[in-house]
Design a protein around this ligand. Structure first.
Ligand SMILES: [Zn+2]
Length: 319
């Protein structure tokens, strides 16, 4: 049992319940939501998010980890209102995605870690809402400034104890390189969640990450997956194979879903009409398929409840 930051204040990890560890409300850019209302219909986004997440809560979703940092248009006040009205608990993040602010370039990891630590210990902007996770993202190969973000995330983690979660272009196994850099800074593997591992059906990559002792984010789930990947049915059957190999002790599942996405030309991001299940795609489609293929409820509970709790409590994956 441990106390972590939710957008509504401190929460007990025993209350995390069914947790989606990689989701978004609005996928945008720093400052855009406030300045270019043409791109984000905020009142619509709020009401739609409340409606979608109220339904998700009815169907068993307890907690969402909202991994949009500043440069993805993070809106913690929106998360707070959605959480209060839907009943779904939200954990928000500090850190950085791929649009690294130029103000960070060339700084030291210590300088940036001080900014991010403040968002965990004192709060974000003037809201008093504290971050409960550190997000970091890289391309492949990892650029100089992305490496700076990784090292800054590591230093923030060492100061606060808050775990690290990554955006990872997995077709290239760059997650292993992310782990290497984070470990070099002193982060223990079980404090690291490597995201988007289902961007590739590469068993060697998945086995190696599990062997390293990190958490595996099987966190892109929708009817279309990504254009270069096999169908969601085939990917779910592949997931069953990983569970049969014992990787269930490291796996967590999520959607990488948004109510609003302002980016154009992002293949693999279906719209609401194409994926009306949104935050419930796993509950309604993937989990039933896993169970039909013989996966026990206890294995589902471990991925959806036990592993997120262990991650936030700073415990290692069960061996
Ligand atoms: Zn994401």
């Amino acid at each position: 049992m441990a106390t972590i930051n939710s957008v509504l204040g401190p929460m007990d990890t025993a209350d995390l319940g069914f947790t989606l560890p990689h989701e978004h409300l609005i996928d945008s850019s720093a400052g855009v939501n406030a300045t270019y209302g043409e791109l984000v219909d905020r009142p619509w986004a709020l009401e739609t998010a409340v409606k979608d997440l109220t339904q998700a809560h009815i169907e068993g979703v307890d907690t969402i980890v909202e991994v949009s940092p500043l440069d993805l248009g993070r809106e913690v006040s929106l998360m707070k209102e959605v959480s209060e009205r839907s009943g779904v608990q939200f954990i928000c993040c500090t850190g950085c995605w791929l649009d690294i602010p130029r103000s960070f370039w060339g700084r030291t990891p210590e300088f940036i870690a001080a900014l991010w630590t403040r968002e965990i210990e004192s709060g974000i902007d003037d809201t008093g809402i504290k971050a409960g996770i550190i997000k970091v993202a890289t391309s492949d190969p990892i650029s100089e400034n992305e490496e700076l973000m990784l090292r800054s995330a590591a230093k923030t983690h060492l100061r606060t104890g808050v775990p690290v979660t990554t955006h990872t272009p997995a077709q290239s196994r760059v997650g292993e390189e992310q782990v290497r850099i984070l470990k070099e800074e002193g982060v223990e593997p079980h404090q690291i969640y490597i995201g988007h591992i289902n961007n590739t059906p590469d068993k060697e990559y998945h086995r190696e990450l599990a062997r390293l002792g990190v958490w595996l984010g099987w966190d892109i789930n929708n009817p279309f997956g990504r254009p270069h990947l096999p169908s969601w049915e085939k990917m779910t059957d592949y997931l069953k194979e990983l569970l049969d190999e014992g990787l269930g002790s490291n796996l967590m599942l999520s959607h990488d879903w948004n109510v609003v996405i302002t980016r154009l030309a992002s293949p693999g991001f279906p719209n609401r009409e194409e994926n009306p299940d949104g935050y419930l795609w796993l509950t309604r489609k993937v989990i039933p398929r896993l169970k039909d293929s013989g996966v026990e409820q206890s294995a589902i509970d471990r991925m959806m409840k036990g592993n997120p709790r262990r991650y936030f409590e700073g415990l290692r994956p069960e061996s």
